[in-house]
Design a protein around this ligand. Sequence first.
Ligand SMILES: [Zn+2]
Length: 207
Amino acid sequence: MYPNPIQEFIARFASLPSIGPRQASRLAFHLLKKSTGELQDYANVILALHQDLNVCAECFYVSGGKDKNCEICNDPERDQSVICVVEKETDTAAIEKTGRFKGLYHILGGTISKLEPESYKKLRVKELFERIKTSQKEKTPVKEAILALNPTPEGDMTALYLERVLKATGVKITRLGRGLPSGADMEFADEETLGEALDSRKEMKTK
Ligand SMILES: [Zn+2]
């Protein structure tokens, strides 16, 4: 159908989130018209993702340069007693945009999926548990964990699992309140709705 370089481009890019084979082919033909210098610029920004960035040792968000911790964890003005648990990095960015949260984050790295029974093992739950436990021996212990997970079956399952695990730490466990429609992805919610859901968070109390 297409010459090899285009086929390989499509196979590679179609594996990215939100890009299917059709979008990947369109991208290939769009980039084909660019100069070699411009294509080099694209290649450079992709490579820079690994050269100039790190994963925060504390919350697993991205940190620039050689910093061990991200800007949020390093900020002394942030409230260390509240941790907002999110599925992915872009959720942290969405909550930051609301300007209504001044605590810290923890990026789980996914949710529990019914189709993948082992999926819970890939989440950074042990790291979260240890982080809370360690804080309890320090000056500013974590007092609340906000489970800012999407109102989807996966988000619900993950929240219930986290609640069960975190119960042993004794911290207050809350979940986002009203506003986010069922099935929504908070990444795409407007700032007002997400801020409102944060402000109206409710304590989880299952037996
Ligand atoms: Zn961090």
